[in-house]
Write a protein that binds this ligand. Structure first.
Ligand SMILES: Cc1cc2nc3c(=O)[nH]c(=O)nc-3n(C[C@H](O)[C@H](O)[C@H](O)COP(=O)(O)OP(=O)(O)OC[C@H]3O[C@@H](n4cnc5c(N)ncnc54)[C@H](O)[C@@H]3O)c2cc1C
Length: 410
């Protein structure tokens, strides 16, 4: 693996870094202020977001994800990693570059598996940043870490499908621009276990779709994006909304979640870098008990450990990206599972140290640390809990050494 970035990537890195300095960091508080000035935090998208999207788009900093596709910027996963990392430094940045979850994952699904009609109707406006989307798989009634449990139904009725079920944690559904959901449900209950589920496109305005409530994350509402509990009550959509075919839900989920997971890890590295940077600046400014905080041995240890852990996580993430580029997402599943365990844990540790070094300020909204910590904590659960990824890593490891000593006669 080559550790140096190409000229194209270095150029993009510099341009994104400048964009962050000039437009993103100075507008983080304005975003919250505009959100609070509205009738409700869900009624409109803060105007600053659309203004910044326009700037990013016009300078070509747009749709940088989507490897090997005519629609994206033509970057590989390894090339995208350092760029996505910079975007992760701010919670408002990914959308500005049209590189935010869950839209990126949904765009990848439509790009890879969608029909021409589905691409025209949904992929095009998503790529243009005109609409938003959500992904509705998780259900309150069942342990959704095991996706074979998903029990919403998708039943054929003439030229339509009828959908019934209750979903929650559909991220992005609170956004007034969110126009469609990719819904996972059971269409073929008699098929083999991994061929019972399908994914289907449901326009959010369809009769029978109801947003029941928005779920907070440690008190953060993440408006206007948010996380919704949604009921689907006899929702009728045309059969042409089915993605790839009945029973293909699991296959699509495997394809969708790989890139989505690594993008989260890339962003978490950026969040940790920013936290470490803030920590270092703060501890050199403030004095306690006759010396600066940076002169305390324990704080030097926090800084050193944070640097070590960030570098380890970055190298593992780049390795996973490299494997995805060279042998494919499926073959890279062990590496993807490894970073999905490592990156949130690392980011939480670094953020926690930064919060501690900031004292009371660390848990306030004056700095991005508390909000970033809350976000990072969800990523030990979302897109597969740690334990499920560990089980996957162990399964592959055991398979690799499947001959026991007894079998070898030792
Ligand atoms: C902020 C946030 C955003 C999300 N966004 C989306 C979204 O956009 N769309 C969507 O569909 N879902 C989304 N999710 C849901 C998320 O993917 C699920 O919460 C996750 O898959 C776990 O499912 P569950 O909540 O049903 O937990 P369960 O399946 O009930 O699991 C609970 C716990 O059981 C343990 N466990 C599970 N399996 C094993 C195992 N094999 N070994 C040992 N322990 C195990 C783990 O500790 C796990 O955390 C989001 C969640 C959060 C918090």
């Amino acid at each position: 693996m080559n550790f140096s970035y190409s000229k194209k990537v270095i150029d993009l890195q510099e341009r994104i870094q400048s964009f962050m300095e000039e437009y993103i960091y100075p507008n983080e508080h304005l975003f919250e202020q505009q959100l609070n000035e509205q009738e409700t935090r869900w009624s409109h998208v803060p105007p600053i977001i659309e203004e910044l999207k326009e700037k990013a788009r016009s300078t070509g900093l747009w749709n940088l994800f989507l490897p090997n596709s005519e629609y994206g910027a033509g970057l590989t996963n390894v090339e995208y990693a350092p760029l996505c990392e910079i975007m992760g430094r701010s919670l408002i940045a990914p959308e500005v570059f049209n590189c935010n979850a869950p839209d990126t994952g949904n765009m990848e699904v439509l790009e890879r598996y969608g029909t021409e009609e589905q691409k025209q109707q949904w992929l095009k406006p998503l790529l243009a940043g005109e609409i938003r989307s959500c992904f509705s798989m998780t259900e309150p009634e069942v342990a959704s870490a095991d996706a074979t449990n998903i029990c919403s139904t998708i039943e054929k009725d003439g030229n339509d499908y009828i959908i019934n079920g209750r979903k929650w944690w559909s991220s992005g559904a609170g956004d007034p621009r969110c126009k469609m959901a990719i819904v996972m449900g059971k269409s073929n209950p008699d098929s083999p276990k991994h061929e019972q589920q399908s994914m289907i496109i449901v326009p959010l305005g369809t009769p029978g779709v109801k947003i029941e409530r928005m779920l907070p994350v440690f008190g953060y509402d993440h408006a206007p994006h948010g996380h919704a509990e949604i009921t689907f009550d006899s929702v009728r959509v045309p059969a042409s909304n089915m993605i790839l075919g009945e029973g293909k839900g699991f296959a699509i989920a495997q394809g969708r979640l790989g890139p989505g997971r690594i993008h989260h890890c890339m962003r978490l590295i950026g969040a940790a870098e920013r936290a470490l940077e803030l920590l270092c600046k703060r501890v050199q400014d403030r004095e306690a008990f006759g010396k600066t905080l940076s002169q305390q041995g324990v704080i030097k240890e926090w800084i050193a450990d944070s640097r070590i852990e960030i570098e380890q996580a970055r190298l593992l993430t780049l390795k996973a990206a490299y494997m995805m580029d060279t042998v494919g997402n499926k073959e890279a599943k062990s590496e993807i599972a490894i970073i999905k365990v490592v990156a949130p844990k690392m980011a939480l540790q670094v953020l926690d140290r930064a919060i501690q070094a900031f004292g009371g300020a660390g848990v306030s909204d004056d700095f991005p640390l508390a909000a970033q910590w809350a976000n990072a904590r969800t990523l030990r659960i979302a897109d597969g809990p740690d334990e499920v990824h560990r089980a996957q890593i162990a399964k592959l490891e055991l398979k690799r050494h499947k001959n026991t000593f007894a079998q070898e006669g030792k």
